[in-house]
Design a protein. Structure first.
Length: 106
């Protein structure tokens, strides 16, 4: 099983920065570099006779770096993706705070 994990790690490691930063794209007189947030995970288990494993991942486009003629490189966020990602975070934070407040009232 350890051999499989090391093989997967060797295949995933080279992706590096290219996972989160796309290739520069020329649009008119602008250069756009897409940026995403990516994560992945793998797992496995078993006994002497049976075993199994799996993995998965996700990426969320968070914005792009844009270079316009005569201006510095600046980041422009993808607001729709940022809102979609922040909704679960806000929900979990609210639930945690409500439990902390209930515990402090007792």
């Amino acid at each position: 099983m350890a051999n499989i994990v090391s093989q997967i790690a060797d295949k995933v490691r080279p992706t590096g920065v290219s996972t989160n930063y796309g290739d520069p794209v020329e649009v008119g007189d602008q250069t756009i570099i897409p940026v995403s947030l990516g994560w992945f995970g793998f797992g496995g288990g078993g006994d002497d006779e049976n075993g199994g494993g799996g993995g998965g991942g996700a990426t969320v486009p968070v914005g792009a770096y844009v270079r316009r003629p005569g201006q510095d490189l600046e980041f422009e966020p993808n607001l729709i993706s940022l809102v979609a990602v922040s909704i679960p975070l806000v929900w979990v934070t609210g639930k945690a705070l409500s439990k902390v407040i209930r515990a402090l009232k007792k």
